[in-house]
Write a new protein. Structure first.
Length: 389
């Protein structure tokens, strides 16, 4: 869940499982001390490391609560939804002694990532000072002190007397499967399930189910489609990553009143202005006299690539605006400078390490890749080596 933005609270979790792999710290490090990983840069020895200042630890808290909580949890114990589907699982820092995981290795993994896990490197996204600060914070707060860090359901966050909702806690924690038959639940558990399904599930998703059912079919959804989402995010221009102070952050949640009631926020006429700012990028360009290969590429692009690159190829959709690094703007002369058919084919087939661009060689046939390249060259930006460019 997402506390209001201040020095001790993280912003709201936004998306969907597709967004998930890019926002973690030491995710998937496992529960054993790593035997192999990135080579740490020459740093002072652990014994010579000076204790981090209060200012450094507070900066580390900000970074952690923004970047790392989704996988590792607010208290570093990895009791998160992400843990249920990541393999290897995120590291539980609360059960990892500081002596078992050297600071230099932790800092190297934050910087470079860890192959074979969901842990990405943050070089170029966080500053060296931020990477050092979050490393020191994790070591101090979780590995040495075993502290709780940040509680979300507080009076200051609009949750007075949150314990009165305790009947829903077992469903949020995964102790009771939410698809448990009603007649198998006690009256108190039935009240908890109703509360969880009507309110808590908005942020907690499902803690545990017995039958996961059929996975959702993915499709491009690049803008908020309801007033609840658009009430939380303002329409701000794209910019380069700037450490903790990312541009798309201000939240305007409606919190509980003094009596504990939570007012219902109904959609207002102006609510669609934010969604419209992203909706415009979901509209693909109109191709005149497109060849069969280009038409095939258009279908493949809009069904697969538009999720991140947007329907118009600008990558300025809802999802693309949050990914770091941002997906390539396929219409930009600057970003497409020097692009060739061979280079684009390689990027699609093999993916781009250090980004959210996956390898498609096991998903798309060679002919599909050729069709995508033909479409991109025709619809967004001419590509050297493509017929007609």
């Amino acid at each position: 869940m997402s506390p209001r933005s201040d020095s001790r609270r993280a912003p709201r979790r936004v998306a969907a499982a597709t967004l998930l792999a890019g926002l973690v710290l030491l995710s998937g490090c496992g529960q054993q001390a790593p035997a192999a990983g990135p080579s740490p840069a020459p740093l002072a020895s652990a014994s010579a490391q000076q204790p981090a200042s209060a200012e450094t630890l507070e900066l580390g808290r900000k970074v952690y609560n923004f970047r790392c909580y989704f996988c590792h949890g607010y208290s570093g114990d990895a009791k998160t939804l992400a843990t249920t589907y990541l393999n290897p699982k995120p590291r539980d820092f609360s059960s990892t002694p500081a002596a078992a995981l050297p600071r230099e290795l932790m800092l190297a993994v934050v910087r470079e990532g860890k192959a074979g896990t969901a842990m990405k490197g943050f070089a170029g996204i966080l500053t060296p000072a931020e990477m050092a600060a979050v490393t020191d914070f994790v070591r101090s707060e979780f590995m040495e002190k075993g502290a709780v860090n940040t509680r979300y359901h507080t009076r200051e966050n609009g949750w007075p007397d949150h314990e009165r909702h305790r009947s829903a806690f077992p469903f949020a924690r995964g102790e009771i499967a939410i698809d448990t038959a009603w007649d198998q639940l006690t009256p108190d558990q039935q009240r908890g399930k109703r509360l969880f399904l009507s309110a808590c599930i908005t942020c907690h998703d499902h803690g545990r189910v017995r039958d996961p059912g059929t996975p959702w079919e993915s499709r491009p959804v690049s803008f908020p489609r309801d007033a609840y989402c658009t009430s939380c995010h303002t329409d701000t221009p794209r910019s380069e990553p700037q450490g903790v102070d990312h541009p798309q952050r201000p939240a305007t949640h409606t919190f509980a009143q003094r009596d504990g009631s939570v007012p219902v926020r109904l959609p207002q006429p102006g609510d669609q202005r934010v969604g419209a700012a992203y909706l415009v990028h979901d509209k693909p360009p109109v191709l005149v006299n497109a060849t069969p290969l280009e038409q095939r590429g258009e279908h493949l692009f809009q069904q697969n690539c538009a999720f991140c690159h947007a329907g118009d190829g600008t990558a300025k959709g809802w999802i693309g605006s949050f990914l770091e690094p941002h997906p390539r703007d396929l219409t930009s002369r600057t970003e497409m400078r020097g692009m060739t058919r061979e280079r684009l084919q390689q990027s699609i087939a093999e993916g781009l390490p250090g980004t959210s661009m996956p390898a498609w060689k096991e998903v798309l046939a060679p002919g599909d890749v050729d069709a995508l390249i033909a479409y991109i060259s025709r619809a967004f930006h001419p590509i050297a080596g493509v017929r007609g460019s």
